[in-house]
Design a protein around this ligand. Structure first.
Ligand code: FUB
Length: 340
């Protein structure tokens, strides 16, 4: 657990040597990498971390990002190329601040960047911006996606070409202020012995710009078929939704937030229910952990981030990638980000 380790106690040179992978880019800080293969090339859509001089708090105000850069790689061993600013908050009519974890999708030759940001009233919503190129520049729609709220959109394309957006995050991500898609500031996290707040999913419209149905809460079940409890901090959903498919099964993965794990659950369709399986990544250096999983040339890769390059500054992160493997029963072999 990294929570109580202070910067002074960590030997970052040693940690860098022990890291199973190195930052993909070092000239800027990047986080929350959403990776895709579009037209045979790897594109990564990360957050672009900056130092805004805002003190750490549980709302995450110190994550004050202003724009997105797209990173591309010809293959898993090639250089990661930064394509510059793809979208800036100043060019999004409805958004005021905090451009958090994005994702992207491709349909019929157009590229869609999905991103959360706070409006002037301090409430997060999710927007979409469109481009003819996977690297942007992206032009934002004038309004956020109508039925969206909270943070961390992840857009999954199923084999039939339909796209689903998964989202949500508690604490700074504000999901605890919603019940049945309705905002209620008086609501908070459920009690420890009550069912957790699940992530949200909705199929997208054919034009990729809106939800095509009323958003639904995903159920993540324990080994007895019961929804994980809100007090089960080692397993409950916190933020960082991701969906991928492997051998016909649907894998929903996510961060447990304050216990710093990337976990996953398996289901039979995009809506679940999903049954908890275990963790994929043990804690990284830094408070947040956020990932994506992408199949590239018949191998599976975990894209993730840590704070080793910034020597533990929790809002100055660096994206990394590492191969992951499956057991014969479809479970994922977990990885640790640093060798002992
Ligand atoms: O990057 C800002 C926030 O930190 C993301 O939206 C969360 O998932 C966490 O990684």
């Amino acid at each position: 657990d990294t929570e109580n380790v202070t910067i002074e106690q960590v030997d970052y040179e040693q940690l860098e040597k022990k890291a199973i992978s190195q930052p993909l880019v070092k000239h800027i800080y990047t986080a929350d990498p959403s990776a895709h293969v579009f037209n045979g090339k790897i594109y990564i859509y990360p957050s672009h971390d900056i130092e805004a001089g805002i003190e750490f708090n549980d709302n995450g105000d110190h994550f004050a990002m202003e724009d997105y850069h797209v990173i591309s790689m010809d293959d898993v061993n090639s250089e990661a190329v930064d394509h510059g600013v793809a979208l800036h908050v100043d060019d999004v009519d409805w958004a005021e601040r905090q451009m958090w974890a994005p994702d992207a999708a491709c349909k019929d030759g157009k590229y869609y960047l999905y991103f959360p940001a706070k409006k002037a009233d301090g409430i997060f919503q999710i927007g979409v911006a469109v481009s003819d190129s996977p690297t942007g520049p992206f032009i934002a729609q004038p309004n956020p996606i109508k039925e969206s709220y909270s943070i961390d959109p992840a857009v999954f394309e199923d084999d039939d070409g339909r796209h689903y957006m998964y989202w949500g995050g508690i604490w700074g991500g504000q999901l605890q202020n919603y019940r049945n898609n309705v905002y209620d500031a008086s609501k908070g996290e459920p009690a420890d012995d009550e069912p957790q707040l699940g992530p949200i999913v909705a199929r997208l419209t054919d034009d990729m710009l809106e939800c095509d149905e009323t958003p639904k809460e995903l159920k993540i079940l324990d080994e007895n078929g019961d929804v994980l409890l809100a007090g089960d901090h080692q397993r409950r959903f916190f933020e960082a939704s991701w969906m991928h498919k492997h051998n016909g099964k649907y894998y929903f993965s996510y961060s447990t937030g304050n216990s710093h794990l990337i976990c996953y659950a398996i289901g039979d369709n995009p809506y679940g229910p999903f049954t908890y399986q275990g963790h994929i990544l043990t804690p990284v250096e830094g408070w947040t952990t956020h990932h994506s999983i992408c199949e590239i040339d018949d191998k599976s890769y975990l894209f993730y981030h840590d704070c080793v390059l910034s020597k533990g500054v929790t809002h100055l992160r660096s994206i990394k990638m590492a191969e992951i493997n499956y057991n014969d029963d479809g479970t994922i072999i977990p990885i640790a980000p640093y060798n002992k």
